[in-house]
Design a protein around this ligand. Sequence first.
Ligand code: GLA
Length: 416
Amino acid sequence: MLARARHLLNDYAGYSTRNHMMRRHRTLTVAACVWLNLTGCTGQAPADRSPAPARPSKAAHVSRAPFGKIPDGTSVEIFTITSTAGMEVRTMPYGAIVVSVRVPDRSGRVADVSLGFDNFDDYIVKKPPYFGVVAGRYANRIAKGRFTLDGKTYRLATNDGPNHLHGGVMGFDKLLWHAEPFERDGTAGVVYTLTSHDGDEGYPGTVTATVTYTVSVSNALTVDYYGTTDRATPVNLTQHTYFNLAGEGAGDILGHMLTIDADRFTPVDNTLIPTGTLAPVEHTAFDFRSPTAIGARIEADDVQLHRGAGYDHNFVLNGTGLHHAARLADPVSGRTLDVSTTEPGLQFYTGNFLDSTITGKAGHVYARRGALCLETQHFPDSPNHPNFPSTIVRPGTPYTSRTVFAFGIADPISAR
Ligand code: GLA
C-alpha cells in the first residue's frame, strides 16, 4: 500500500504531502466556484458530431447546468469540461458518471465516443450496465460475496449470480457524490467526494472517497482516486466508461486495434472469478502485446473466451508507477486512446452483455460488442487471493490511484 501511495505522490511534483494537495484542491475549488458564478452556465452539450465550441481565452473550462433529479427529489447537475484542443467531457455527480466524451477525428469531426444517455432519467429507469460510472467500493467481482480480513469473515451483497460485483446493489455507481468544479493551470475538472458507511453492502469501515476528473489541453482525461478508512477494508475503484472510437452507436468495436502492455492475464472460472493463476498471454488469443484487431481472435476456440463469450478478463500489466497500459485505435476515424495508470491490472471487457435492449443517446441501440471498457484496477477477487497485490486499505494509509485517458489522432497507415 505504502509503495502504491509513494508512486502516486511522486507523480505530483511540487506537492510534499497528500494533505497539502487536498488543501490546495479546496482553495482552488473555491476560486473556481467564484469564477463559475461570475460566468454563469452554458447548458447542455451541442448536438452530436458538431464541432466543440472554441474557447480561445482559456485552455480548459468547466460549466454547470441542471440535469435531473434522483427519485428522492434531489437535483443533479451536469458539468461540461472543454479544452481548446477540441475535447469535451460531461460528467454528473450521480455515480460520478462520465456522461459523454467528445473528441475530434482525423478530419476534425467531433463525435461522442462513450455510451450513455441524453437524459438523466434514462440513467435511473433503463438500469444501464455501469455506463460511465465509478465502480466501488470494490470494482469487479468478489467470489460468493465473501472474504476474511484480520481473522473475521465478511459477507457482502451478491448481485451477479453467486458473486459480488462492482460494490453490490447500491455501489458507488448508484450514489450521489458531492461535486466541486475547478479550473487551474490551464486544466479544468470536477472533484467528487462520497462517504461510504461502515456496513454498507457488508463492507467494514467508513470510507471517504474522492475522484477527480481533470481535462487538459492535450485532450487527456485524468482520473485521480483517493480514499481513507477508519477500519481495514478492501478498496478498488475503477472508471467504467464504454468506448467506441468511431462514435457511440456506430457499429461494433471488432475493427479497433488494441495493444495491452501485459505478458500475463488472470484466467477465470465460469462465474468470471480468477482461478488464481497468472497465465502467459503468449500463443493465446490474449496476446495484445502488439497492435491486434479486437475481432481477430475473439471467436477463437479458447475456453476462456467462452466463459463470458468474449473478452472480460484482467490483464497483469507489466509496468510500475504511472505506466502505459493500453492503446486503442480506430483505423477508420483515426481516433486513438492511450491509457496509463498506477494500477497493476486492466479489465478488458468487450461489451459481451450488451444485447440491443438499451437505446442510448440519439436513439442509438446498443448492440453486443458495440463498445469496450478498459477498466484500470487491482485484480478481481483479490481479497481471496493472497498471491495478488493487496487491495486492503487501513487507517492512516490512504488509497491512491491515477489513470490517464489520452485521446489523439493517427493517420490511416499508422492507426495503431
Ligand atoms: C465489468 C465486468 C463484466 C460486466 C460489466 C458490466 O466489465 O467484468 O463482466 O459485469 O462490468 O456489465
